[in-house]
Design a protein around this ligand. Sequence first.
Ligand code: ZN
Length: 66
Amino acid sequence: MAESRSNSQGLPPTVGVHMKCCNVYVYAKPNAQKDAYVGWCPKCARQVRLRIVSEGGSNSRFFEAN
Ligand SMILES: [Zn+2]
């Protein structure tokens, strides 16, 4: 419980992302601005960026990257 949960948005530290390009799952982490999750495909090094919506967004922790 050492992890601080001071962020009122309750953002998960990582989210699972399905990379359609190579059909693999990767974990994306919030960027420094906490406005998007970023991750990279381990196979083709494609970058994925997922905007974090603070209001009215879905609660899904899993995303698909096209
Ligand atoms: Zn890929």
